[in-house]
Design a protein around this ligand. Structure first.
Ligand SMILES: Cc1cc2nc3c(=O)[nH]c(=O)nc-3n(C[C@H](O)[C@H](O)[C@H](O)COP(=O)(O)OP(=O)(O)OC[C@H]3O[C@@H](n4cnc5c(N)ncnc54)[C@H](O)[C@@H]3O)c2cc1C
Length: 405
């Protein structure tokens, strides 16, 4: 394993950094205050290939590797968590799920327009009474000839009110639902405009305020069998493998947030004086800055490793969970320290650090809370959990094949 980012990776980093500084930074505060994001930015992201970064060119993507996906997440979040979340959901949770599990016909219908940025996509697992415990889902899908009829409510879904495509999970086997047997769950691709499908927006979130988070209501929604993702009964496996990709982007994105905390803290520690010296000369302030630098290095190493595993086609559920857990805690701790270094000014929105703290908290909860990842890590360590091969694995990166038209 090569621990250095390649020249190509550094070029992608620079491209996304320039883009984020130019297109996102000027309005980040305004969008956070207004609880909206700028949809006109999405075609610009698409033009740079960011909405299909690690999707093969033949499916409309940019054909880059999985480490590039981590770098894009890192650089977007350095400026605005809300756009990293869009990437995480659209590319990580949805499009890579299609790359892994969809039929060729589904890839042409759904993945191609997504990777090109013509359609926006999301992933809907969580329900009002089922988050950490997905076997508690209530949504159902009943077979009716060449279609399924879906009923249920999804909650806390990123992009719910703006996405065009949704991967939705529901029980197809009612007996297995009662017995909490994962093999009774299936996955479906829903499209905006299907009868009985309505969405809403949740307002008043602590962080990621610019990002759209909402609900999805399914009332007798007819979904063609051709829109079932994977086989009947594979929904739970699909849900978990999509999370392996979404969590990677969340963990890598946390590096960007730590970088932003470090940059802001260093700047302020040089400017602000107490007791006749810049506060950066006080060792207790230095300690907080040193910890940010330490966490940043560790998170970048962890995501480079996970990206490398994905490139090789090696299963990475354990490593991805470890990255996501460590990185999100590290980002939250760094943001808390950044506010501390800014003193009272850090406690107001005059500076960015209060937003970093609010945004960092979300990632400690979504895509597997801190507690769920701790449980997973303990189970791996104790030999209570093992990953078995899947019918469809995430494809390894193949530069020639992925760049081919
Ligand atoms: C901004 C945002 C965006 C989101 N986007 C999406 C999305 O796009 N798609 C989607 O499907 N979901 C999304 N979610 C939902 C998210 O994944 C869930 O909130 C998360 O899985 C936690 O579920 P919950 O909120 O129901 O908490 P609960 O599961 O009710 O947990 C509550 C608390 O109990 C703890 N807990 C639960 N079980 C255990 C246990 N066994 N041991 C110890 N502690 C435990 C949890 O860690 C947590 O602290 C999003 C959430 C947020 C906040």
């Amino acid at each position: 394993m090569d621990l250095a980012f390649s020249e190509e990776h550094e070029m992608i980093r620079k491209m996304v950094r320039d883009f984020a500084e130019r297109e996102l930074a000027p309005s980040v505060k305004e969008h956070d205050r207004n609880q909206t994001f700028d949809r006109t930015v999405l075609p610009k992201m698409a033009q740079l290939g960011l909405l299909g970064i690690c999707i093969p060119v033949k499916y409309g993507g940019a054909g880059m590797d999985y480490i590039s996906l981590g770098i894009v997440s890192d650089e977007l979040e350095r400026v605005d968590t809300a756009y990293r979340v869009i990437m995480s959901v659209h590319v990580g949770l949805n499009s890579l799920g299609l790359l892994q599990w969809a039929t060729e016909e589904q890839k042409q219908r759904f993945l191609v327009p997504q990777a090109m940025g013509d359609k926006l996509a999301t992933y809907a697992l969580t329900e009002p009474n089922a988050g950490s415990d997905p076997l508690a889902l209530q949504s159902t899908a009943r077979r009716d000839g060449d279609r399924y009829i879906l009923n249920g409510e999804k909650m806390w879904i990123s992009l719910a009110d703006v996405a065009d495509h949704f991967i939705v999970f529901a029980w197809t086997d009612q007996e297995k639902k009662r017995a909490r047997q994962a093999s009774g769950m299936s996955a479906f691709i829903l499209e905006r405009g299907m009868p009985g499908l309505t969405t809403g927006t949740i307002h008043g979130k602590l962080g990621v305020r610019a990002g759209n988070t909402g609900s999805i209501s399914m009332n007798e929604v007819p979904v063609p069998v051709a829109n079932r993702l994977g086989e009947e009964g594979e929904g739970f496996k699909i849900a978990m493998s999509c999370l392996d990709n979404g969590r990677y982007t969340v963990g890598a994105g946390a590096a960007g947030l730590i970088q932003a905390c470090l940059d802001a803290s260093v700047r302020y520690a040089r400017e602000r004086h107490t007791f006749g010296v810049p506060i950066g000369e006080h060792q207790l302030v230095q300690q907080m800055i040193a910890r940010m630098a330490q966490r940043l290095e560790i998170v970048r190493l962890l995501y480079a490793k996970v990206g490398w595993l994905k490139n090789q086609g090696i299963r990475n559920t354990r490593e991805t969970s470890l990255l996501k857990w460590y990185a999100c805690d590290a980002a939250f701790d760094s943001a808390a320290d950044a506010v501390q270094i800014h003193g009272a000014y850090g406690y107001s929105d005059e500076y960015d650090v209060e937003r970093y703290l609010r945004n960092a908290k979300g990632a400690v909860i979504y895509e597997g809370s801190r507690e769920i990842h701790q449980i997973m890590q303990a189970q791996y360590a104790l030999g209570l959990r093992q990953d078995r091969p899947l019918r469809c694995e995430l494809p390894a990166y193949d530069a020639d094949a992925w760049q081919a038209e």
